[in-house]
Design a protein around this ligand. Structure first.
Ligand SMILES: *Cc1c(COP(=O)(O)O)cnc(C)c1O
Length: 458
């Protein structure tokens, strides 16, 4: 018989997780004001809140923790990382930062000013936050297919070139400091961007003399999708694809907590020495000296090793295969999800799942609370709470997609855990008509409210 798939690693260290009763969970979630971010981790059985910094490091990464060189300046761990970024991504300059948003803060301090616009494919929440904080505006140019969860488009993260060119024609060049391609596109469902689209966007940016950057948090998962979905690349190695992707951009911000499989870390990479020099000043002010950037030497070493492991085909096949495994189980149960499944998470279409709950009562958040109550599974809302209010009108922005994200930590859970999560959602789906009400906001922060929002039953 054909041999079944099996993970290309075995487990050396385990960490116990705790079950709880429904009654305990009802108390805990009420105390948390129905915000899943407010739960203690020991109140959660399976934690799919995020794939950020939650992955399991390898024995080689842990050995880098011991090898870490903690010199203030010129640490050998820094040079290890610098060499890796230069050989893997082809970027000559880099600055370490403590995570992805710090890279955004530093880079945008050097590039974005009040009144600017930054076009891209549905910017990540912290990215949008850092743009809007500077009184600039993020303009979403994602293709329309991304907003329909049932269309089987292979590259739903793609940028619509017509939408992008409209922005380039409407605003003077001085008002567009950069175009940002997020790979993979988190907000539209962990959806990849094709090499062709990266190439085309880059060419259009060149034509209008606009710099183009990656928000590269999941660049390796994006490269995997290019390999398996873009015919021309089926015989290319992941690292060759990665190299080509980066050849079309001027630089990148990176949250290493994603595809570099470390618990903390980030960086900026770029080609331009002048930009590197300008950003270095902000890095020293906000993060730390340019050879450590808010990280310990050991973190830099583990990050360098993680970049290499995160770009191995066998690892990516297991990783993305597990996400598809959960997605397929849910589809088997008739549960509406974003199709095809993305790289790091399964996104449940809460607008369809809880169609009878009004959008003003936060459908995806309502489903997230139900999933916690059902089996102690923590997920996260990618919907109206995350979309925040319009900075001018202060009205709720209702996004095209109202999703519940089940983010899968890297190398941390088994497929039995995926079975458990799918069964929880099936039970809720079968009794969905009994869920009568959603939530209303009691208090919220003026920016990035989803982290701290407090809710009550509507
Ligand atoms: C996580 C993430 C960020 C922010 O990175 P942090 O490390 O969480 O600060 C930015 N962009 C994307 C696409 C991300 O997934």
């Amino acid at each position: 018989m054909e041999l079944p798939f099996a993970e290309p690693y075995k487990i050396k260290v385990v960490e116990p997780i705790k079950k709880s009763t429904r009654q305990q969970r009802e108390e805990w979630i009420a105390q948390a004001r129905y915000n899943l971010f407010n739960l203690r981790s020991d109140q959660v059985f399976i934690d799919l809140l995020t794939d950020s910094g939650t992955g399991a490091m390898s024995h080689m990464q842990w050995s880098e923790i011991m090898l870490g060189d903690e010199s203030y300046a010129g640490s050998l761990s820094y040079f290890k990382l610098k060499d890796t970024i230069s050989s893997l991504l082809g970027m000559p300059y880099f600055l370490p930062t403590h995570q992805g948003r710090a890279a955004e803060n530093v880079l945008f301090s050097a590039m974005i000013k009040q009144g600017d616009v930054v076009p891209g494919n549905s910017h990540f929440d912290t990215t949008k936050g850092h743009i809007e904080y500077r009184r600039a505006r993020a303009i979403d140019c994602t293709i329309d297919e991304a907003a329909d969860t049932t269309i089987l488009h292979p590259f739903k993260g793609n940028i619509d070139l017509e939408k992008l060119e409209k922005v380039f024609k409407k605003y003077p060049k001085e008002k567009i400091p950069l175009c940002l391609i997020t790979v993979t596109c988190n907000t539209s469902g962990g959806q990849p961007v094709s090499m062709q689209n990266i190439k085309d966007v880059s060419a259009l940016c060149r034509q209008y003399d606009i710099p183009v950057f990656f928000d590269a948090a999941r660049f390796a998962e994006n490269a995997y999708f290019i390999k398996v979905r873009e015919k021309e690349y089926e015989n290319h190695g992941i690292r060759d694809i990665v190299k080509e992707m980066f050849s079309y951009v001027d630089g990148a911000t990176m949250s290493s907590k994603k595809d570099a499989i470390v618990n903390i870390g980030g960086f900026i990479a770029c080609r331009d020495k002048a930009l590197f020099d300008k950003a270095s000043m902000f890095n020293i002010m906000f993060e730390g000296y340019i050879t450590y950037g808010g990280l310990a030497g050991r973190d830099l070493g583990a990050l360098a090793q993680g970049l290499m492991e995160g770009t191995e085909f066998d690892y990516l096949e297991a990783r993305i295969g597990q996400v598809a495994y959960l997605g397929n189980k849910l589809m088997e149960y008739g549960i509406p999800i974003q199709q095809p499944t993305g790289g790091h998470a399964v996104f449940v279409d809460a607008k369809k799942f809880l169609a009878h709950i009004p959008k003003e009562e936060y459908q995806a958040q309502t489903l997230g609370v139900e999933l916690y109550l059902e089996g102690g599974v923590r997920s996260v809302e990618i919907g109206t709470l995350l979309a925040d209010r319009d900075p001018l009108s202060r009205k709720n922005r209702y996004p095209a997609l109202e999703l519940l994200r089940l983010a899968i930590p890297r190398r941390a859970y088994t497929n039995n855990h995926m079975e458990y999560v799918a069964a929880c959602l099936k039970n809720i789906y079968d009794r969905r008509d009994t869920i009568k009400k959603g939530f209303r906001i009691v208090s919220e922060a003026p920016i990035m409210r989803h982290f701290t929002v407090e809710l009550e039953k509507a």
